[in-house]
Write a protein that binds this ligand. Sequence first.
Ligand SMILES: Nc1nc2c(ncn2[C@@H]2O[C@H](COP(=O)(O)OP(=O)(O)OP(=O)(O)O)[C@@H](O)[C@H]2O)c(=O)[nH]1
Ligand SMILES: [Mg+2]
Length: 317
Amino acid sequence: MAQKVSPDMFRSVFKSIDKDVLRWFPGHMGRGLKQMQHKLRSIDCIIEVHDARIPISGRNTDFKYTISGVKPHILVLNKVDLIDKKLIPSITNRVKNEFEHVIFTNCKDQHCKGVRKVFPLAQNLIKSSDRFNRSEAEDQCVMIIGVPNVGKSSLINALRVRNLHKGGASPVGAAPGITRSVLTRIKMSEDPLCYMLDTPGILTPKIESTEVGLKLALCATIQDHLIGETVIADYLLFWLNKNGHYNYVTFFGLEKATDDILEVLTQISIKHRKMLKLRDNSNNYIYRPDLDHGAKIMLQAFRSGALGKIMLDADLL
Ligand SMILES: Nc1nc2c(ncn2[C@@H]2O[C@H](COP(=O)(O)OP(=O)(O)OP(=O)(O)O)[C@@H](O)[C@H]2O)c(=O)[nH]1
Ligand SMILES: [Mg+2]
């Protein structure tokens, strides 16, 4: 890149947006939370899964009061393949006051060492806990909780394959809200007899700030259409410029780094030949770049890791 760029050349704050659009608490989440509370008596350990790209932001802190209480608790930061591994010690350090046990996982990797640690750690914690009302129960039950789309069902499937090599899988999908109710128990091991319970992703009904809401949206934990792909893509552009990540310029074939989302989306739409066919005032056909499609491509590039390894909470460490 010929031009010398630095973060102070770009916006320092993101435009304010209506906070109501960031709130997503559909009926299945309220029902799911009730089902989870109902099952609590039969749970020995809680595994909370969150997205490693936002290790500090967007966790549902209400879980501590409504779900986990005094049960052994493990924080699994999943999608570690999408962040720079060098950040793992500082993330662990940042969350250590809240979580004694933190494991980083990539559930898409069959050989992930983090995934391998989850089951033995849960076993140890259950063994060393007094299990309250369940001290007589022979089977163990672990509940997997977290906000939508962080990989809860993927973790269950990765663990299930590892320990049993058979049995029913939990449905997984790229959009948030795939698991919609507390599902039947999935057997993790025969000896000791241990089950896992998948649950629907549950966001906090009150998101603390616009920035947290937009980070959650960028990581696809809130459905895109609620906020709009263009707004989320604009936040991504803002974040990339502010944090000095300019590889989007070459990736999307732009001339230079820019703060103008319309310029970026126009270029992406043209490059991908995504055009809208419209009629002008004289009723002739004209073609215009499909900016919504451009925004979808831009978000997909971030979410798949094609824009590089990006940890959105880097400034909070
Ligand atoms: N890159 C990457 N993607 C992952 C990983 N784990 C899961 N995914 C993807 O993340 C998406 C969501 O996975 P799910 O397992 O359905 O997430 P969930 O938390 O059960 O989602 P809900 O049931 O909707 O709350 C899917 O597209 C998975 O393929 C991971 O470690 N790395
Ligand atoms: Mg799920």
